[in-house]
Write a protein that binds this ligand. Structure first.
Ligand code: COA
Length: 147
């Protein structure tokens, strides 16, 4: 069974390893540590089984606006609804602050992620040309989350 919770300092290595894989470059592990320890405007949510951490979702929040920074599920656990679970847990966590305006940027050809976001109700509202270092465009997606 998969459960979700807020990340703690013990999750930093997992998140760090995923970020290195996603962005294909080394980042400062202290940035993640400091986000979890000190920064109220960032949050990391973890999905786990009884035995292992299997994914996470990170966000940046200001008032009623949430920007999804990243969502990641271990390859062998994909397509089992964990992405949905993480998103639903995050919106449940902020349910007292509804309605929430949620936005994100995603690579134009990241079909798995785009499928997840569409089924969560996101719509493409803009495109940022050559947004990524390799020249791929970014889609800007948006959803208004209310009760
Ligand atoms: C994006 C990601 C987090 C989704 O996690 P997940 O646990 O597999 O998500 P879910 O199982 O909840 O939903 C996946 C959806 O994608 C669909 N899907 C899976 N593979 C697909 C493909 N190749 N093309 C199109 N749709 C696909 C599934 O059918 C499902 O859609 P549905 O809700 O309409 O049934 C996961 O693929 C991942 O970690 N990718 C690498 C990191 C990444 O790209 N993150 C996004 C950064 S913006």
């Amino acid at each position: 069974m998969i459960s979700c919770r807020q990340a703690t300092i013990k999750d930093v290595t997992f998140i760090y390893q995923c970020e290195v894989e996603i962005f294909n470059q080394k980042i400062a592990i202290d940035l993640i540590k400091n986000d979890i320890k000190y920064h109220d405007n960032t949050a990391y949510f973890i999905a786990e089984t009884a035995d292992e951490v299997v994914g996470y979702l990170s966000i940046l929040k200001s008032d009623n606006h949430i920007e999804i920074i990243n969502i990641y599920v271990l390859k062998r656990w994909r397509n089992r609804g964990i992405g949905h679970k993480l998103f639903n847990y995050m919106t449940f966590y902020y349910q007292k602050e509804l309605p929430l305006e949620i936005s994100l940027e995603v690579r134009e050809y990241n079909n798995q992620a785009i499928a997840l976001y569409k089924s969560l109700g996101f719509k493409t509202i803009n495109k940022r040309k050559q947004y990524y270092q390799d020249g791929e465009d970014a889609l800007v997606m948006h959803c208004l989350y209310e009760e």
